[in-house]
Design a protein around this ligand. Structure first.
Ligand code: AMP
Length: 291
């Protein structure tokens, strides 16, 4: 099996992609590597829509806080290349830090307001790093479409807002969260979990599902839903970072729930921070939707 073409320098990737654009649409899947089925589902979605699919693997230092896991983050590029190929990728872009942040580096993108809640509140500067790197990657790859996971719903909202505000021409596509059989949203950070923590982590989705069942029965008070989720998570000895029920449009707290609502949870199992996000549309009935 021949390996996929791998580019390290932005200008090399640009040159390689130029002739491929004539073949048809270009799809892009940005990742931090340690690819799992969640990432592969995005690559498959891109491959189904695009003549060429580019996957980037870059552990972005700008989105990690000083006390977070940048150094420990799993790195396994050769495995990632093979997995990406099996899912339909055509090109890998794995830049080094100097290629993305040439020294002295001084320019960042701030998306306002919707980055001040949820993960943005507990991870100061996280979305400034995410927005900056995603903008740069989109500029380099210049795809027709870029694919992102609903698991990181706030990230999808922030990227859509950035592309809209800065007049980017790329379509941002959200894809469903891929889960383990017990409901846990797949994550590259799994590798940090002990077996015992891993078993307890499934309570996150279970708690959200129980909450949605209450909403289906008519509960519309966001505070009670938050408390119910929090209690279940704490009962499983996970430490909630936040449990929030926000309106999907502006990510501001929804007191009386209606319309499009995001239920967002971040919780620690031991020292590992896990997140999950479920978007629902509340109308005559309740249905799950993409962010
Ligand atoms: P990451 O490598 O964690 O930065 O994630 C790269 C992309 O994969 C992001 O768009 C994530 O939202 C997406 N992703 C991560 N985990 C999942 C999952 N379990 N299901 C679907 N998409 C995911």
């Amino acid at each position: 099996m021949t390996a996929l073409p791998l580019y390290r320098a932005p200008e090399e990737l640009r040159a390689a992609l130029a002739p491929l654009r004539a073949r048809g649409d270009l799809g892009f899947v940005p990742t931090m590597g340690a690819l799992h089925e969640g990432h592969l589902s995005l690559i498959r979605a891109s491959a189904a829509h695009s003549a060429t699919t580019v996957v980037s693997v870059f552990v972005n230092p700008a989105q990690f806080g000083p006390n977070e896991d940048f150094d420990a983050y799993p790195r396994m590029l050769q495995d990632d290349i093979a997995a990406a190929k099996s899912a339909g990728a055509d090109v890998i872009f794995a830049p080094d830090k100097a290629g993305i942040y040439p020294e002295p580096y001084r320019t960042f993108i701030e998306v306002e307001e919707i980055t001040g809640t949820l993960c943005g509140r507990s991870r100061q500067g996280h979305f400034r790093g995410v927005a900056t790197v995603v903008w740069k990657l989109l500029q380099i790859v210049d795809p027709d479409r870029a694919f992102f996971g609903a698991k990181d719903a706030q990230q999808v909202r922030v990227i859509r807002q950035m592309v809209r505000d800065l007049l980017g021409r790329w379509e941002i596509v959200a894809c469903p969260t891929v889960r383990e059989s017990d409901g846990l949203a797949m994550s590259s950070r799994y590798c940090y979990l002990t077996n015992e923590e891993r078993a307890r982590a499934a309570v996150i989705l279970e708690a959200v599902r129980v909450a949605i069942a209450r909403i289906e029965k008519g509960e519309r008070h966001a505070g009670r839903i938050r408390v119910a989720i929090m209690e279940r998570i704490e009962a499983a000895s996970l430490r909630p970072d936040y449990v929030d029920v926000v309106s999907l449009g502006d990510l501001a707290p929804a007191n009386e729930m209606n319309g499009d609502v995001l239920i967002a949870v971040a919780a620690f199992a031991g020292t590992t921070r896990l997140i999950d996000n479920v978007c629902i549309r509340i109308g005559d009935h309740v249905e799950e939707r993409l962010p």
